[in-house]
Design a protein around this ligand. Structure first.
Ligand code: NAD
Ligand code: ZN
Length: 351
């Protein structure tokens, strides 16, 4: 593409709420980069934070940024040093770009790189006709994976990572938060052999979807008796073996720890907006539970695990998608998300 070519992009134009559909230069790939022609892009809760310009977003995101990080598209152009990809290939991509030099990156833990750049936050993202990624961040999609599921690989990877930090086979599992990631956690936990998966969310639309995604039972946490009802599903009412926390809500985290049995395992992925206080002795120490923080996706072990579970046919990520809208309708999309009337919205970017 000649220099001077322009494309459509959703840009955080000013330090304030909203986004603008603008014409910006088409990005040029560096020697080891791949330019992707974006076909579909998922909207994530992070994008909503940037849209609304909350305290986190205003501290982290610089105006002028093209946002978006959940993508599927086709390879458009490759830099001269790229060896594994060719134009026309269908791909998704890992949006976390590790620095490659820090302790974590050099010990196979690039998902917790100290100096990570995230596309759509720290570098330009995928709510645009084109996005550039380093070759190693591009994930080729095999035939049989739809474009839409290709665009869901990022949250699929978050959920896979959350489920996989402990064994769930033969276990009872509680998932707090039935947003996109929690719903995928429920589906993957069941596919991985969890014998009882309960999902909790106060949002009825989302809770209903949890049953369709594979949860054995669903609960509104505000309903009195929920804690007892979950305990009763386990032998002697001792509580669930595994907690997968995907709400970031402090009350949900405390609730989840209460219904977790002594000696159980908790994987925490949800991001609370502020500090959360614990009674460490009662909630964690005396119960001897194991808590793991889960960040991003292991590169690229998680991606192979996602591919394997999709191959199994046991997980149906497309059931998550509540709305499919053209890029131009981004305001409608963000309004739906803000009102809690959507689950996952996929933008059709390609015209
Ligand atoms: P989301 O905001 O769409 O879903 C969160 C859900 O939690 C909502 O449906 C909400 O109704 C529900 N919830 C609120 N209060 C609750 C309560 N008391 N009990 C049960 N559920 C409750 O978010 P998402 O995209 O599904 O992501 C889930 C969480 O994970 C978010 O906090 C997000 O910021 C975080 N996240 C973390 C990582 C990571 O790498 N650690 C990656 C992606 C997302
Ligand atoms: Zn690093």
């Amino acid at each position: 593409m000649g220099s001077g070519a322009r494309m459509r992009a959703l840009v955080k134009a000013e330090a304030g709420p909203g986004l603008q559909l603008a014409e910006v230069p088409v990005p040029e790939p560096g020697p080891r980069d791949v330019r992707i022609r974006v076909r579909k892009a998922g909207i994530c809760g992070t994008d909503l934070h940037i849209y609304e310009w909350d305290a986190w977003a205003s501290a982290r995101v610089r105006p002028g940024r093209v946002i978006g990080h959940e993508l599927m598209g086709t390879v458009d152009a490759v830099g001269p040093a790229v060896r594994s990809l060719r134009p026309g290939q269908r791909v998704s991509g890992e949006g976390h770009i590790g620095c490659g030099h820090c302790y974590c990156c050099r010990t196979g833990q690039g998902h917790i790189c100290d100096r990570v750049d995230i596309i759509g936050i720290d570098t330009d993202g995928c709510f645009a006709d084109f996005v550039v990624l380093p070759e190693e961040n591009v994930w080729p999609l095999r035939d049989g994976i739809s474009d839409e599921v290709g665009a869901l690989h990022d949250p699929l990877g978050n959920a896979m990572h959350t489920v996989s930090v402990q064994s769930v086979a033969g276990q009872s599992v509680a998932v707090t938060g039935a947003g996109p990631v929690g719903l995928l956690c429920a589906a993957i936990a069941r596919a991985h052999g969890a014998l009882d998966v309960v999902a909790l969310d106060p949002n009825g639309l989302r809770l209903a979807r949890a049953g369709e995604m594979g949860a054995h039972a669903t609960f509104d946490p505000r309903h009195p008796g929920t804690e007892d009802a979950i305990r009763e599903r386990t032998r002697d009412g001792r509580g669930v073996d595994v907690l997968l926390e995907a709400s970031g809500n402090a009350a949900a985290i405390h609730f989840g720890l209460r219904v977790l049995r002594s000696g159980g395992s908790a994987a925490l992925l949800g991001l609370p907006p502020g500090d959360v206080a614990f009674n460490l002795a009662e909630e964690i120490i005396f119960k001897g539970i194991t808590i793991r923080g889960v960040n991003g996706r292991r590169m690229f072990e998680t991606w192979y695990q996602v591919d394997a579970v999709l191959r199994s046919g046991l997980v149906h990520p497309e059931r998550l998608v509540s709305h499919r809208l053209p890029l131009e309708d981004y305001r409608t999309a963000f309004d739906l998300l803000r009102r809690g009337e959507a689950i996952k919205i996929v933008l059709d970017v390609a015209r």
